[in-house]
Write a protein of this length. Structure first.
Length: 213
């Protein structure tokens, strides 16, 4: 799909003025963001043509390991949804920026240890990595304690790959019921069912078009 944080390093060493370097970073990232939104619009149009469905798409910019100037450039360009895979790193990066950007939406996209559930609930708005009952229960308890209701995605290991985490497809229905009915998690509509339908014609139509843009 693209990388909004990619920069053309050619000639960067010749830039002497810091303000010029910042300006160039802002310009490149704004251009990257616009190009990716164009690809998303084209993919959505193709998907609607093939399936008759018109579904919203949210661009999650993965900000892990990005420098402050690049993150700030993305914010200036209008990006407000970011993904992080480590709670502690995300705290240092985003807690100060919350005061300046109240409309931020932060996704946790990396593995989460149960003992980090409290910090994750305090910082993030979406948890994409619910993959076991113990974690689901810890998150549910913390959401009650902190009075925060986060969107949660079930992570399904559709390929049944041993090196990857996630619920096996045949166990997904029972796990979804547990998360919803016992752990009290708010499961974002259609996310888990979409994961289970990854082989469907509708899913492939959208995914393949994105990859070829």
């Amino acid at each position: 799909m693209g990388n909004i944080f990619a920069t053309d390093s050619h000639g960067y060493g010749a830039v002497q003025n810091m303000s010029d370097e910042i300006s160039k970073t802002h310009s490149v990232i704004a251009d990257n963001l616009a190009a990716i939104h164009d690809k998303i619009a084209a993919a959505k149009a193709a998907y609607k043509t093939q399936t008759g469905l018109d579904r919203p798409v949210t661009l999650v910019a993965v900000s892990k390991r990005q420098t402050d100037d690049r993150i700030d450039a993305a914010l200036v360009a209008g990006q407000r949804v970011f993904g992080e895979n480590r709670v502690q790193e995300a705290q240092g990066r985003w807690v100060p920026r919350r005061d300046q950007h109240a409309d931020l939406t932060l996704h946790l996209i990396g593995p989460l240890q149960t003992n980090k559930a409290a910090d994750a609930v305090a910082l993030f708005d979406v948890i994409e990595v619910v993959d076991r009952p113990k974690l689901a229960k810890a998150l549910g308890d913390e959401m009650i304690r902190q009075n925060r209701q986060l969107e949660c995605y079930i992570q399904v290991n559709t390929g049944k790959e041993a090196q990857k985490s996630g619920i096996a497809p045949e166990d997904a229905d029972d796990f979804i019921a547990y998360c919803r009915d016992e752990a009290g998690l708010y499961l974002w509509p259609d996310v888990y069912s979409a994961n289970l339908r990854r082989g469907s014609d509708a899913f492939c139509a959208f995914a393949n078009h994105c990859q070829t843009q």
